[in-house]
Design a protein around this ligand. Structure first.
Ligand code: ATR
Length: 300
């Protein structure tokens, strides 16, 4: 008879954290895999992070995710970070190895997996809008995927330059910085296979203006924001006849990679995708195949 697995606690720490769909996704994965574990949200501000991690260690938690504003603030409290977390300069996943806390980052690889089958990155031109934490993960993934030219478009020039320097140090050979306004004129996006919005503008309604006509017809527009309706950035791209992808696929894949790192077995991706669809997200298959969309239930 199979030995019954010991139930363990997992969770996401952040502030705000109420919006996080990670519990929905990870609890569905535990159920699909027949595991008795539980994943919860914990509201934790930077000032409370050290004691939260001490407590997690005492409780022998199975694994943690971190969201804003903890992804960089956590570094002093970790025993080590993986090479990937070091490349990105942030931690979104904590692995408990005995009493050691190891920081990992699955955002960049989750982003790359979300793009699989949708766009050819090797040698391509990619444009990243924004230069914050999310842009670091996306930029690192694009460099690792071998993009030919990487254009960083940011409102604040110095931050754009800092990201570009970091991406060159990671092996990016042709990384250029332009003002965010250049994407409205078209010069920055000409010939791009991919335009990724990592700025927080998508959340607040005002879209970054882009000259879509300057991009090839099959250029893919990606917004890291996810939700039941298209962001203004993606809605504008769709109106211009361009392909779009929101952050739901990246959410799914970064979660699956974290799950695999915690549990050492393949994640039940279908169950996780189904759970996200049940929470109102739209997950499309590569090459525009069937759409999985389920209306948001009354109680999530
Ligand atoms: P995250 O971790 O989500 O990337 P962040 O590190 O605060 O968040 O970065 C936010 C990004 O959105 C930055 O590139 C920021 O531009 P600046 O470097 O000029 O601050 C960009 N951003 C935020 N609000 C914006 C706005 N109203 N217009 C244009 N860019 C904006």
């Amino acid at each position: 008879m199979a030995r019954r697995e010991q139930a363990r606690l997992f969770g996401v720490l952040g502030e705000p954290v109420e919006h996080s769909l990670s519990p929905v996704m990870h609890n569905a994965a535990f159920a699909a895999a027949g595991l008795p574990h539980l994943y919860l949200r914990y509201r934790v501000a930077p000032a409370g992070l050290r004691s939260a991690l001490d407590e997690a260690r005492r409780l022998r938690m199975g694994g943690l995710n971190l969201t804003v504003p903890l992804k960089e603030a956590v570094r002093p409290f970790l025993d080590a970070v993986t090479p990937e977390a070091d490349r990105i300069g942030a931690v979104n996943t904590i692995l408990f190895r005995g009493s050691r806390l190891i920081g990992d980052n699955t955002d960049g690889r989750g982003f790359a997996r979300a793009l699989r089958g949708r766009v050819r990155l090797r040698g391509a031109t990619a444009v990243v809008l924004g230069a914050g934490g999310a842009a670091r993960a996306v930029g690192a993934a694009l460099v690792a995927a071998g993009v030919g030219r990487l254009v960083v478009a940011n409102r604040t020039r110095a931050r754009g330059e800092a990201l570009a320097a970091r991406l060159r140090a990671l092996g990016g050979r042709d990384v250029v910085v332009v003002p965010l306004a250049a994407v409205a004129r078209g010069s920055a996006v000409a010939g791009a296979s991919l335009v990724v919005n990592t700025t927080s503008t998508g959340l607040h309604g005002a879209a970054v203006r882009v000259r879509h006509a300057a991009t090839p017809r099959d250029c893919l527009f990606v917004d890291l924001v996810y939700g039941p309706s298209a962001t203004p950035f993606l809605a504008a791209a769709a109106r211009a006849g361009r392909r779009t992808l929101d952050g739901a696929a990246m959410l799914l894949h970064q979660g699956a990679l974290a799950w695999e790192a915690w549990l050492g077995r393949p994640a039940p991706l279908g169950a996780m995708a189904h759970a996200l669809a049940g929470a109102g997200l739209t997950l499309t298959r590569p090459r525009g195949a069937a759409t999985v969309a389920v209306p948001r239930p009354a109680h999530v």
